[in-house]
Design a protein around this ligand. Structure first.
Ligand code: FAD
Length: 317
C-alpha cells in the first residue's frame, strides 16, 4: 500500500485548477511513499479530461465514463471500487463542494480516517502528517494518521502540475449500481446571481469596505470593464447585500488564483487573504500603508481609492 489515488474535480466541462494542484500534492506524497500516482476522473467526457490530466509525475489515469453532472453516489461507488482494486495508501480529493460531498462517504464505506481542508502533507511511508489551519489561519495544527486515509486538500496551496506526462490512460473497471445511487441528477440550473465564477477569472477587481456606499460600486464595475476583469469582494460587501455571495473571496467565500488581483479598500484580514494569497500579482489600493494587505502586495498604491480608481479606469478605457 504505497500508491496514491487522486480524484479530479471538474465543473461545466472544465477541469478545475485544484485538479492539477492535487497532482502535485499526490506526486510529492507518492515520492515519499515510493508508490505510483493514480488519478481518477469521472465524467461523461473523460477522454479530453484524461489527456489533460496526463501531466508530469502521473502514472495512471483511470477514467469512469459516466454522467455529465456531479452525482454523489457515482463518485462514492467509483472511488470505493477503485480503492478496492488499487489499494492506495491515501485517497486525495479537493476540499471543494463536490469533494466534501463524497469524500466522507468514501472514508465511511472504507472505514478509514478522513482529514479535511489540508494545506500541507508529509509522510515517512507509515505516518501521514497533515497540516490544517484554524482560527482563520492564525494557528496551524498537525494531525498524524497511521494507515490508509482520505485527505481533502485546500485549493491554491500546491502549485499546479505542469508538462506532459506519459501516463497510462485506462477505463476503470468499476460498475455503477444505479439502484443504489440514492439521488438522480436531472439537470443543472444556474441560480440567480450565479452568473459569474470568480475562481475562473484571470483578472479580479476586488472591493472592500473602503468603498463606503453601495452606489460607489459603479466605480469598481467601470474599472473591471476597462480591464476586462471580474468583480469580487470582501465579506462586508456581501454581508451588506451589495454583491451576491458567489463573489466573496476568502475563508468563508471562494479561493481564487487569478493572474492579477486588485484589492480596492480591502485591509487584508487573514480570512480574506486565505482566499487570494495564491494570486500571481497582487495590487493593493489603500490609504493605510500599514494595512496587512500591503505585506503580500506586489504593487501598493497608498492613496484614496476615489481618486485612484477613476484614474485607472480612464487610463485603461
Ligand atoms: P476593513 O477591514 O474595514 O478594511 C477596509 C480598508 O479600506 C481599510 O484597510 C482602509 O484603510 C481602506 N480604506 C478606507 N477608505 C479608503 C479609501 N477612501 N481609499 C482607499 N482605501 C480605503 N472576510 C472576507 O473578506 N472573506 C471571508 O471569507 C471572510 N470569512 C470570515 C470568516 C470568519 C469566521 C470571520 C470571523 C471573519 C471572516 N471575514 C472574511 C471577515 C474578516 O475578518 C474581515 O472583517 C474582512 O475581510 C474585512 O473586510 P474589508 O477589508 O473589506 O474591510
Amino acid at each position: 500500500m504505497t500508491d496514491i489515488l487522486a480524484v479530479a474535480d471538474h465543473r461545466r466541462g472544465e477541469l478545475r485548477d485544484v485538479s492539477y494542484e492535487l497532482l502535485t500534492a499526490g506526486r510529492l506524497l507518492a515520492d515519499e511513499t515510493g508508490g505510483d500516482l493514480h488519478v481518477a476522473v469521472i465524467s461523461g467526457t473523460v477522454e479530453d479530461f484524461a489527456s489533460k490530466l496526463d501531466r508530469e509525475g502521473v502514472d495512471v489515469v483511470h477514467t469512469v465514463d459516466y454522467g455529465e453532472e456531479f452525482n454523489h453516489g457515482v463518485y462514492a461507488q467509483a472511488i470505493t471500487q477503485l480503492y478496492d482494486r488499487l489499494a492506495p495508501r491515501y485517497v486525495l480529493t479537493p476540499n471543494s463542494v463536490n469533494g466534501l460531498d463524497y469524500a466522507p462517504a468514501v472514508a465511511t464505506t472504507l472505514d478509514v480516517p478522513i482529514v479535511t481542508d489540508v494545506v500541507g502533507l508529509e509522510t515517512d511511508g507509515e505516518t501521514l502528517t497533515a497540516t490544517r489551519e484554524m482560527y482563520g489561519g492564525k494557528v496551524e495544527t498537525t494531525t498524524e494518521l497511521e494507515g490508509p486515509a482520505v485527505v481533502t486538500i485546500r485549493g491554491a496551496e500546491w502549485p499546479a502540475a505542469e508538462g506532459t506526462g506519459d501516463a497510462a490512460i485506462e477505463p476503470a473497471d468499476v460498475t455503477i449500481d444505479e439502484d443504489a445511487l440514492g439521488s438522480t441528477v436531472n439537470g443543472f440550473e444556474e441560480v440567480a446571481g450565479g452568473d459569474v465564477d470568480i475562481s475562473d477569472a484571470d483578472v479580479l477587481v476586488s472591493v472592500g469596505r473602503g468603498i463606503e456606499e453601495e452606489e460607489n460600486l459603479d466605480l469598481v464595475f467601470d474599472l473591471a470593464e476597462a480591464l476586462d476583469a471580474t468583480v469580487s469582494a470582501s465579506r462586508p460587501i456581501v454581508d451588506n447585500g451589495w454583491l451576491p455571495k458567489n463573489r466573496q473571496v476568502g475563508q468563508s467565500g471562494k479561493v481564487v488564483t487569478p493572474d492579477v488581483y486588485i484589492a480596492i479598500g480591502i485591509s487584508g484580514a487573514v480570512q480574506h487573504v486565505a482566499g487570494m494569497k495564491g494570486s500571481d500579482t497582487i495590487v493593493a489600493i489603500n490609504t493605510d500603508p500599514n494595512a496587512p494587505i500591503m505585506d503580500i502586495a506586489d504593487y501598493a498604491i497608498v492613496d484614496d481609492l476615489f481618486d485612484v480608481v477613476p484614474a485607472l479606469t480612464a487610463e485603461f478605457s
